[in-house]
Design a protein around this ligand. Sequence first.
Ligand code: HEM
Length: 175
Amino acid sequence: MAPLKEAISAKHKLAEQMPFNARMFRGQLTQEQYLLYLRQQLQIFEAIERIGLPHNRLKRTEAVQADIEELHAQGHTADFILASTKAYADYLSARSYEEILPHVYLNYMALIFGGQMIKKHVPSAGRMYAFDNIQEAVQSIRAVQKDEWADEVNKGFDFNISIFNELEAECAVMK
Ligand code: HEM
C-alpha cells in the first residue's frame, strides 16, 4: 500500500492550485473574501471538534472565531455558510470518532503545513494558524495516521475542492 502522503498527492496538487487558494497564497484576498473563507473553516472545525480530536491543543474553533470577530469589528459581514460547506459539515457530523480522524489529518495538517506559508499573506492576525506547540500538534496526528485512510482523505479533498469552487464563484459576485 502506498504511503498516505503519496496516495493523496494528486488531490493535494489540485486543491493547492484552486484559484481561490492561489489568490490567498499570493495575498490577493480582500478582508470580506477572507471572512467568507473563515466562516467555512469554522463550520468544518466545529463539526469535527464536536466529535473529538486526538489532542486538545489541536482545537481551532476559538481561534477562528477570534479571527472572524476581528473582521466583523472592521465592518465586514460576509459570513454565510455555502451549500458545499453545509454538505461537508453534514457528512462530518454523521461520522464516528474513528471515522473523523482522516478528516482531522486533512484539515489540521493543511493548517500546520500549507497554513504556515499562507498565514503571512492573509488580511487578518491569522490566529487560526497559530498552534502553541506545532511539533506536538503534528505528532498527535502522525501517531494515529494510517495509509488505509487514502480514499477517505481524498473524499475530504473533493469536499474542500467544491468549497474552493463555490468561494471563487462568490468572490466574482462580491467584486
Ligand atoms: C496554497 C495552498 C497550499 C500549499 C502551499 C500547501 C503546501 C503544503 C506543504 C509544503 C506541505 C508539506 C509537504 C511535505 O512535507 O513535503 C503540505 C502538506 C499537507 N497539506 Fe498542503 N498546501 C496547500 C493547501 C492544502 C489544502 C487546501 C489541504 C487540504 C484541505 C492541504 C492538506 C495537506 C495535508 C493533509 C498535508 C500533509 C501531508 C503529509 O505530510 O502527510 N494542503 N502542504
